[in-house]
Design a binder for this molecule. Structure first.
Ligand code: FES
Ligand code: FES
Length: 319
């Protein structure tokens, strides 16, 4: 079965893309701002370097969100995803999210241009697992602030951590209390992924090109066989777009959710990684294996090295 519809959930509501309005180069950022008038998500460098465009997304079948640079990811890749933007997590009408409120309390915002990206990066970090202060300190290398200065921003976010220092703790209400009070008072709905996705290939035809999203290796190989010698591009997080300005191919094949490529296997002292494991997932795997298996203790050094590559939102979708 083949579908030609691109749909995702934005702030918990299903949204179907009118493919006549987009092409494979339309980014999630352009779509949010110009088609959905969600101007809270900013943009500046278009290269995954400034973090102004960060939003939180939850991929099909996953529970936890991750921060991504909306300036890089194609809107077509978002099929089946749950997307949260700064407007969705809190606003003056439904009440600000505690992360937004804490940033303001600590005077961590001046012009406010970087603030949505800062908040959404923290939001994804926090939703994954309440972070430590060291994790916060190490997770904002991809967010640039040109006016406030980083100390109040980091102090604000560190005050929300599980090991927040005493000078930060107690300065403002605890985030757990704020979250309870907020949902009692404002009735903030639990944000469910309402979009219903069957993992069948999606094919969208454009004037000069074709976009196909596949979910299995078999479908990927089938598509490559059909394409023959035509130029094609395998697309996942599209993070190379920031560095390499590539010519437009005739065929795009989206492989971000091909399950065989995002798995790994251990055989004796050999570890085999699928070609589409994100740098973040690879780091997590390396750290876990180094901790639990002496034979793989060296992987900790490799994880530490990956930590020096790019930044959190880029590593979340880079391979
Ligand atoms: S606009 Fe700078 S990282 Fe996206
Ligand atoms: S508050 Fe102005 S760029 Fe950060």
């Amino acid at each position: 079965m083949l579908s030609s519809q691109i749909k995702f959930a934005i702030q918990g509501q299903e949204h179907i893309v009118n493919v006549a309005d987009v092409d494979p180069n339309t980014t999630l950022n352009e779509y949010l701002r110009h088609h959905m008038s969600l101007m809270g998500t900013k943009r500046m460098c278009y290269e995954g370097g400034c973090g102004a465009c960060v939003v939180a997304v939850t991929k099909t079948g996953e529970q936890k969100p991750m921060a991504i640079n909306s300036c890089l990811v194609s809107i077509l890749t978002c099929h089946g995803w749950k997307i949260d933007t700064i407007e969705g997590i809190g606003n003056p009408v439904t009440k600000y999210h505690p992360i937004q409120q804490t940033l303001a309390n600590f005077n961590g915002t001046q012009c406010g241009f970087c603030s949505p990206g800062m908040v959404m990066n923290m939001y994804a970090l926090f939703e994954k697992e309440k972070p430590t202060m060291a994790e916060v300190e190490n997770s904002f290398g991809g967010n640039i602030c040109r006016c406030t200065g980083y100390r109040p921003i980091l102090s604000a976010f560190k005050s929300l951590c599980k090991d927040a220092s005493t000078d930060l703790l107690g300065k403002y209400p605890d985030i757990e209390d704020m979250l309870c009070t907020k949902s009692k008072k404002s009735g903030v709905p639990k944000r469910e992924l309402k979009v219903c996705i069957s993992k069948h290939p999606v094919k969208v035809n454009f004037k000069d090109s074709q976009w196909t999203k596949v979910y299995t290796l078999k479908d990927l190989l089938g598509n490559l066989a059909k394409i023959g010698d035509d130029p094609y591009m395998l697309v996942a997080g599209n993070s190379a777009k920031g560095v390499y300005k590539l010519p437009t191919p005739k065929h795009y094949i989206d492989i971000i959710e091909v399950k065989e490529l995002i798995s790994h296997e251990v055989n004796g002292d050999m570890l085999r990684l699928g070609g589409n494991m994100s740098l973040t997932n690879t780091m997590d795997l390396f750290n876990e294996m180094a901790k639990t298996n002496d034979k793989f203790a060296y992987l900790k050094t490799m994880a530490d090295h990956i930590d020096l590559i790019a930044n959190v939102p880029v590593r979340n979708v880079s391979w």
